[in-house]
Design a protein. Structure first.
Length: 132
């Protein structure tokens, strides 16, 4: 596969939504770290996650943010939680929304996963407050 990233409408839409949700600084760092090896993967997630799922107008960014956090916690994908907690500043999901999502995780996927997700959320919110 070529080193160049194909520019498709879905890719361009994905980059716009990714920047809207995660912020320019985060996306710029991710793009700068991209290599020939992971370019196909980065294209896949930009088109699939950001250009399709996150770009859909079927539900709001707030709701999508809550769903994403709940799914990350429920499946034990904790590495992504801080990034998506930071994104709540742009998606409109409040701390109360996040707490509600993690309470659902506790009931339907397990208290340990929800507890760890809450710990990460608290740490990330504290970092966000310190940086303001």
């Amino acid at each position: 596969m070529s080193e160049k990233t194909p520019k498709t409408t879905r890719f361009e839409t994905g980059m716009q939504v990714r920047r809207q949700v995660l912020g320019d600084a985060h996306v710029d760092r991710a793009e700068a770290a991209k290599t020939e090896f992971d370019t196909p993967f980065q294209t896949l997630i930009t088109e699939g996650a950001w250009g399709t799922v996150w770009a859909s107008d079927g539900i709001s960014l707030r709701e999508r943010s809550m769903l994403t956090l709940a799914l990350l916690a429920a499946t034990g994908n904790f590495e992504e939680i801080p990034m998506h907690i930071r994104a709540t500043a742009r998606t409109g999901a409040s701390k109360q929304d996040v707490l509600e999502a993690f309470q659902h995780v506790a009931i339907y996927a397990g208290v340990p996963r929800a507890n760890h997700a809450l710990k990460l959320a608290k740490q990330t919110y504290a970092e966000m407050e310190q940086s303001q």
